[in-house]
Design a protein around this ligand. Structure first.
Ligand SMILES: *[C@@H]1O[C@H](CO)[C@@H](O)[C@H](O)[C@H]1NC(C)=O
Ligand SMILES: *[C@@H]1O[C@H](CO)[C@@H](O)[C@H](O)[C@H]1NC(C)=O
Ligand SMILES: *[C@@H]1O[C@H](CO)[C@@H](O)[C@H](O)[C@H]1NC(C)=O
Length: 535
């Protein structure tokens, strides 16, 4: 029997019988020699192989062991027995099996950890053949080896998961390049500095009869995809006014992009935060909010070093807290949207990691029933299943402040494609509540919720949410293995959202869903070509 694992690892595992001729059965029976003589593993890519070993070997090995032991009493040829037993599943010696099972169960976990023993099957085989040992020792050594392997597999898995998360933190060179080239263009080319929107469109900026779309982002590529995918699907693009707010450093390249790539018929406004003339009060509050987030960041950063990457769930939390989304000023400013747009009433807000797939103009016509935000809360999947996560996945229900105020099993509403009634928002005290909870969380050592913008938002908007049709928003496409088996669901969604670490402009996401985003990147554009951004 040969045991092959192909270089592509997970994709193909072949187990084949090569005939008894090659490996003659040992003349005197030793339990594991037969295994050694017939096993060959080709390892080229370490990680997938380790994973496959983790899944398969405990099963195969124990199984083979039983059969070899049994064969001593029943078979004329060991190989024959293995072959027959492995593939037919006939266990002819229950007594021996029971004995071995008991020995395996009795081998204590604690002792196993201290066992300085064996790294591989080869070593085990050597050990067992050099000193003939009883069934107990054999069971003990086997189990020690398996648990050692399992720990290795786990540690490899964990490391891989951490590296994957870290990969999501980088900003690709191509995005930096795009920013620099466009900033340069702004400096040298008058066309890149023309007024946005053109003078004849300016009156639309605060006209409530138009459809106002708000985008807060410092990512030009992402903004270009959101804008072009939105316009492509609108029946009446001339009704649309797009408001893009960005930070000071991205302002000139963002402006240059939309000046050089004017959109048909719709009005686009690009505004930098430095152009706002906020009241002292708002200034103080924004500073306070950013300071709290800086504290959270440094706390998680310090913890990450101390923890030495040991506990997986803990690590995910740290990595999430340190992720670009958690740090981004533009992300935190969402709670000040009413201040950013003092002249607007109803807006549709889109995250920069979305793609619009259908006409979304009905969102502006939607009646929010006096509520402040329209969001997808329930889903296609039925009454007791949520489209995203539950409240308890965001808030710490071990904390009494949280458990006494909220219902852990409710669905959290999806953030990233929302309709806001800014008038209703201004009448409410949502922004104050948000700010109060941030401070409360600070006083409680940041233990009230897991890091991110969403948890305090869920709290602040409690009771102000109007549920909208689930087909408007499909999120979670930026997670490790997004569930895209249901093509219909994916195609029916008006907005697909790459929430999660695998943003579509990074190279780490699922290629299939990335394609849905990539097709809106204009790769014939000269800036995209210069920076090698492929659509
Ligand atoms: C917000 O308003 C509600 C009732 O209108 C009140 O109970 C609550 O204390 C207020 N919260 C803050 C932070 O002002
Ligand atoms: C959740 O709250 C409990 C009780 O205050 C606290 O011990 C724990 O550390 C908190 N968990 C997180 C992740 O902050
Ligand atoms: C792509 O960019 C080119 C050059 O800038 C432009 O002519 C073309 O209209 C763009 N295509 C789309 C679909 O925006």
């Amino acid at each position: 029997m040969k045991f092959y694992i192909s270089t592509s690892g997970i994709k193909r595992v072949t187990i084949s019988s090569s005939g008894a001729g090659k490996a003659a059965p040992p003349s005197t029976f030793t339990p594991t020699a037969a295994v050694a003589g017939t096993r060959r593993i080709t390892i080229r890519t370490l990680l997938p192989v380790v994973l496959v070993l983790g899944l398969l070997l405990p099963f195969l090995f124990v199984r083979v062991t039983f059969l070899v032991l049994e064969s001593a009493t029943n078979c004329s040829s060991t190989l024959d027995c293995i072959g027959r037993g492995l593939f037919s599943g006939s266990d002819s010696s229950p007594k021996l099996r029971d004995e071995l099972t008991r020995a395996l169960v009795e081998a204590k976990e604690v002792e196993l950890h201290n066992e300085d023993g064996l790294e591989s099957f080869d070593e085990l085989v050597k050990e067992m053949t050099s000193k003939r040992q009883d069934i107990k020792t054999f069971a003990f050594k086997t189990k020690a080896m398996l648990s050692r392997m399992e720990r290795k597999v786990q540690s490899a898995r964990q490391r891989e998961s951490i590296y994957w998360h870290l990969a999501s933190h980088g900003v690709p060179k191509s995005l930096h390049c795009l920013c620099l080239k466009l900033a340069e263009e702004y400096a040298v080319n008058a066309l890149a500095r023309i007024r946005l929107p053109p003078p004849e469109y300016v009156s639309r900026l605060s006209d409530p009869s138009f459809h106002h779309l708000v985008l807060l982002t410092d990512n030009i590529l992402a903004a270009s995809v959101v804008v072009s995918s939105t316009l492509e699907n609108l029946a009446n693009p001339e009704k649309l006014v797009i408001h893009i707010v960005t930070d000071k450093k991205t302002y000139t390249p963002m402006h240059a992009w939309f000046a050089m790539n004017p959109v048909k018929s719709a009005a686009v406004e690009v505004k930098g935060l430095h152009q706002y003339d906020w009241s002292q009060e708002v200034n103080v509050k924004v500073k306070e909010m950013l300071e709290i987030n800086r504290l959270i960041w440094s706390r998680y950063y310090n913890n990450l070093k101390e923890e030495d990457l040991e506990h997986e769930s803990q690590n995910k939390r740290y990595l999430e807290a340190l992720s670009p989304g958690c740090l981004s000023l533009m992300n935190h400013l969402r709670i000040y949207i009413p201040e950013l747009f003092p002249n607007l009433n109803k807006i549709v807000f889109l995250d920069d990691d979305v793609v619009v797939q259908h006409d979304i103009s009905s969102l502006w016509e939607m009646d929010l029933n006096e509520k402040v935000v329209g969001a997808v809360v329930s889903s296609w999947c039925g009454d007791d299943c949520c489209p995203g996560k539950k409240i308890k996945d965001y808030l710490n229900f071990s904390h009494s402040v949280i458990s006494s105020n909220f219902d852990s099993d409710r669905c959290a509403w999806l953030y990233g494609m929302n309709v806001f009634d800014l008038e209703a928002w201004r009448r409410s005290n949502i922004t104050e509540t948000y700010q109060e909870w941030l401070k409360l969380n600070l006083r409680n050592g940041f233990s009230l919720w897991y890091p991110g913008v969403t948890p305090p938002t869920l709290i602040a908007f409690e009771g102000h949410v109007h549920p909208i049709e689930p087909s408007f928003h499909l999120d979670g496409l930026g997670f490790r293995n997004p569930d895209v088996r249901d093509r219909q669901l994916l195609e029916a969604a008006a907005v697909i959202h790459f929430s999660g670490p695998a943003k579509p402009w990074l190279e780490i996401g699922n290629p299939e869903v990335r394609g849905l985003w990539n097709k809106h990147v204009n790769s014939s554009n000269k800036f995209m070509r210069k920076c090698r951004i492929m659509g």
